[in-house]
Design a protein around this ligand. Structure first.
Ligand SMILES: NC(=O)c1ccc[n+]([C@@H]2O[C@H](COP(=O)([O-])OP(=O)(O)OC[C@H]3O[C@@H](n4cnc5c(N)ncnc54)[C@H](OP(=O)(O)O)[C@@H]3O)[C@@H](O)[C@H]2O)c1
Length: 342
């Protein structure tokens, strides 16, 4: 049995990454990929890494037949108004945008500055972070993606949140350029973006709301900085905890939280270059590498998480959710170990 899938918004970066993962998936088959601007063009003309892997051509969004699973890869605000139509197209839907991540309409309005266009649908979506919501995703027909920055912060903090030790967090998040999508802008223009170390969000970021929703309402401060990377997010979280903790205590918490997780690796080596998580090591994968260090003589714990924003931060997690929703092996199509050197 093969799951037939469709990708809405397939010329973009998350759509391309989904197509890459799905052409190698043992139990899924891509039925169509949509584009308004490139209908009729080969999918591989926009995603040249797929040459020889698919003969599919982009089709117009109105020109598609029903499938088992539809992935929605549209810019923020473009999904919610059409959600009825998308749910008629597919029995199961995974929406990668931020339209259905928050389950509360007031919180959505406070976060995004406008009323939600389809508030009745909000609590029908499971938040697609399997490490927290695996059972809900399994039983759900509608799953939202997780913000890529939120994924990195969520996974850096989850064991401490579960242990109830967080008093305050300063999450310093460094991001690659593909995070802002394929649509060019002034800030993505090569002479401006290349070699940047540019703080774009010194305080507050929309993803704070979904992090609090997933982990609990602690004191959270976010800073976002664009750095010289195409793929990748590194979250470095300065966590001020409510009791004395040692590395040994933290090993216990991180092992308990992640020993059975197929895509979270605790990385804390004594030797070598790669002693802590680094985005380039997880580029192209669905892995989240996490780590922690307790600062001696203080109650600061530094936790880290590296992901590929297009992988575990978007398309990888979306396929992981599809696997859970459809009763497939959770790791199907996702066990690429990455590249080294890269
Ligand atoms: N990039 C990341 O790292 C990342 C990570 C996590 C989540 N996300 C979220 O995932 C979503 C997609 O991100 P992306 O980076 O892939 O964006 P993108 O590169 O800008 O691609 C957007 C796609 O949507 C299509 N599109 C735009 N407006 C549309 C509409 N009204 N109806 C139908 N199709 C439309 C575009 O193609 P046509 O114009 O040809 O139709 C394009 O294929 C966003 O909501 C983003 O916030 C992105």
């Amino acid at each position: 049995m093969s799951v037939r899938v469709g990708i809405i918004g397939g010329t973009g970066y998350t759509g391309g990454e989904l197509a890459r993962l799905l052409v190698g998936h043992p139990r899924a088959e891509i039925a169509w990929v949509t584009s308004r601007s490139r209908a009729g063009w080969p999918v591989s003309s926009l995603h040249p890494n797929l040459r020889g892997f698919t003969d599919l051509k982009f089709v117009a969004p109105d020109d598609v037949e029903p499938v088992d699973v539809a992935f929605l890869c549209l810019p923020h605000g473009q999904t919610a108004g059409n959600i009825e139509r998308y749910t008629q197209l597919a029995e199961r839907v995974v929406d990668l945008s931020s339209d259905f991540r928050l389950s509360d309409a007031e919180l959505y309005e406070a976060t995004y500055g406008e009323p939600h266009p389809a508030p009745a649908w909000l609590d029908r979506f499971a938040y697609g972070l399997p490490e927290v919501y695996r059972d809900r995703i399994r039983g759900s027909k509608l799953v939202s993606g997780v913000g890529c920055n939120a994924t990195a912060v969520n996974l850096a903090l989850l064991p401490l949140a579960r242990a109830g030790v967080i008093e305050r967090v300063v999450a310093d998040v460094k991001v690659g350029s593909s995070e802002s999508g394929a649509e060019p802008s002034g800030s993505s223009h090569h002479p401006e973006r290349s070699h940047a170390v540019r703080t774009f969000a010194p305080t507050t970021h929309r993803h704070e709301a979904e992090i609090r929703q997933a982990l609990g309402d602690f004191d959270l401060h976010f800073t976002g900085t664009a750095i010289e990377l195409v793929r990748g997010v590194l979250a470095t979280c300065h966590v001020f905890v409510n009791r004395d903790l040692t590395d040994r205590d933290l090993w216990g918490m991180y092992r308990d939280a992640y020993a059975a997780e197929p895509f979270v690796r605790v990385v804390k080596e004594r030797r070598g270059l790669y002693r802590f998580p680094e985005p380039k090591i997880v580029a192209g994968t669905n892995f989240a590498d996490v780590s922690f260090v307790a600062e001696e003589g203080s109650r600061r714990v530094v936790t880290m998480c590296a992901i590929d924003n297009l992988g575990k931060g978007a398309a990888g997690s979306a396929v992981q959710s599809m696997n859970l929703m459809c009763g497939l092996e959770e790791t199907d199509g996702l066990l690429f170990p990455g590249l080294h050197p890269v």
